[in-house]
Ligand binder design. Sequence first.
Ligand SMILES: *Cc1c(COP(=O)(O)O)cnc(C)c1O
Length: 345
Amino acid sequence: MAQIDWDSLGFDAYRTRTVVLAHYRDGAWSDIELTETFSFTIDPFMQGLHYAISCFEGLKAFRQKDGGIAIFRPDKNAARMARSARFLGLPEPSEEMFIKMCELCVKNNLEFLPPYGHQASMYLRPLLFAPHPQMQLVPYPEVILAVMCAPAGSYYGAHLRSAAAVIPGDFDRAAPKGTGSYKLSANYAGTFVPYKIAHEQGYAELLYLNSATREFVDEFGSSNFFGIKEGNKYVTPLSDSVLPSITNLTLQEVAADFGMTVEKRPIPLDELAEFSEAGGCGTAVVITPMSHIDIKPVLREPLVTRSFRYEPDGAVGPVCTKLYKQITGIQFGELEDTHGWCHKI
Ligand SMILES: *Cc1c(COP(=O)(O)O)cnc(C)c1O
């Protein structure tokens, strides 16, 4: 195997060694299997493909300072996948099985786990999908849970560098009482084209508003929104159509540990002008501080009707820096894990 350059990892699909699989059919889970073939045989009529009966998770394993290995808060991902599965009418993997499969994925791909000291980690991607061939629109009690992994640097290539975001006036992400709060594969389909247009215009992120009234901030395409106000307030949206991010939850707890006030409530669009820092948060990125957020009535067109300015391009504010250092310090075992977030394997 070619030597991996741990310092130049991005965030991408990767052909590692082993995929961990379990199959639920006839009312029971199979034994957990390890496969190195790196391909699935699927029925062309499978529901997962035709109707997006599929959900996933994302979490990370770290080689820590003391040489040990820890997965960050896998119990939270297990619970969230169970919730997504219930929404889709699929059998739920138990927390115990979910965590065991994640552990096996790390242990059987150890050569892809970045060593301590490169700010890199192993991204774990559990995928739960319906393999059953069926045209009817009814849930069928059969699923495959596959856990795969990839060595990961940070999503944007470098570490904690600010990026620009755009609020598209002509695209929505999730309907009220729809699928937005579940980690469904389907939620991503509608973001590909707007992301492509945004990237062509130099925006790294899309910030979606609540689709019912377009008066409040919901979240970025694949990460939650937070803003910092008056130096010591962490504000993040309360909305039925936002995905409950585990990184956001962790940041709220870290902010509270720092004595900051945490506000989880609807954020009116105008309030974007009142934050000193604003960022996106998610497992892949941890934090992406925003340099500015533009509003465009039509994403494809050049007209910007309003622009909220935070950090100069590339710069990062003090609160984002402090929160980021705390969370990554705990993940790499450099700071005391007082909340018991690191699941050692
Ligand atoms: C996964 C995801 C996030 C981030 O959740 P984390 O648990 O922090 O990784 C945010 N928004 C969307 C839409 C997501 O799918």
